[in-house]
Design a protein around this ligand. Sequence first.
Ligand SMILES: CC(C)(COP(=O)(O)OP(=O)(O)OC[C@H]1O[C@@H](n2cnc3c(N)ncnc32)[C@H](O)[C@@H]1OP(=O)(O)O)[C@@H](O)C(=O)NCCC(=O)NCCS
Length: 332
Amino acid sequence: MSKPCQCSIIGTGSYMPSKVLTNDDLSKMVETSDEWITTRTGIKERRIAADDETTSDMATAAAKQALEAAGVKPEELDLIVVATVTPDMFFPSTACLVQSKLGAKNAIGFDISAACSGFLYALQAARHFLNGGPRMTALVIGAEKLSSLINWKDRNTCVLFGDGAGAVVVRRDDRKTAPGRVLSTVMGSDGTLADLLKVPGGGSACPITAENVALRPNTIYMEGRETFKHAVTRMYQASLDALEQAGVKAEDVKLVIPHQANARIISAIAERLNVPPERTFINVDKYGNTSAATIPVALDEAQRSGRLKSGDILLLVAFGGGFTWASSVVAW
Ligand SMILES: CC(C)(COP(=O)(O)OP(=O)(O)OC[C@H]1O[C@@H](n2cnc3c(N)ncnc32)[C@H](O)[C@@H]1OP(=O)(O)O)[C@@H](O)C(=O)NCCC(=O)NCCS
């Protein structure tokens, strides 16, 4: 693959649905407790989209905020990439639906499926698309309505996930000191471990039929303990690789913005990197795991709360179904 061009994140946005589902609410639905969920995951509550609220609705709301923050009009967009495993439908892509809702008539759009690593995969895809060609400005979105894939009777998974969307506007900018520039990205995949985390049904391998519908094959299945181990190992190594590629030391990182699946995974990575807790961003307590949305939502919250200063080195790192993993270093 060609080397990606210099690209900068010039605006961020996010949208979280208003409905809050607490651990206590869940303990009335399955045999669980606030104590179990909090100690094992760090999650206290999550947001659940309204029945008529789609992934593209949430993506569009986050995108509007990011465009406003960047001072970019929808017609100026050349590219829209949406990372999601919960598209509104198989096709058209969620990106095309967002294009229509924004009125971004000059943009091309497509989706990326890389589960919880999707946002960083999409960011890297946008960097390559902006490389050398006529395209200058991209919208990169992570958006999920995971509540549509949850088996609300399975306590192993239903307590972990939530809905939401985050977005960034990315612009080609060859200046070596441009704010928000992406310094490095590393990515990896291991399809031999696909069975550990998946939604087995609803696709062409196992269409939903009248006979199998009661087995709920269209909901999330996860071997949590195995997934946990791979997540820590891969996210740590990807972080080291992205730092090395960027020529940055872990001690120079001002804020680690990791995928938010489990507070214990996040602290295990921070410990290995020797980054203190105050330089690690955590909002999994409020939102649970929103898959591709976690990193852009966290980035937007960090930015809007004034936690990011110009020039800060950020380390973004993700892991998800596939398995997939990715890490990027950004100079804010
Ligand atoms: C899912 C996860 C929180 C489970 O924590 P864990 O400490 O590994 O717990 P286990 O899965 O070993 O389960 C321990 C026990 O708790 C029970 N349990 C599972 N979910 C429960 C719940 N919501 N409430 C109460 N008990 C629960 C299990 O049935 C098991 O009981 P048993 O010992 O009698 O069989 C953790 O493995 C995890 O976060 N995994 C990775 C998540 C992740 O990264 N996912 C996606 C990457 S994007």
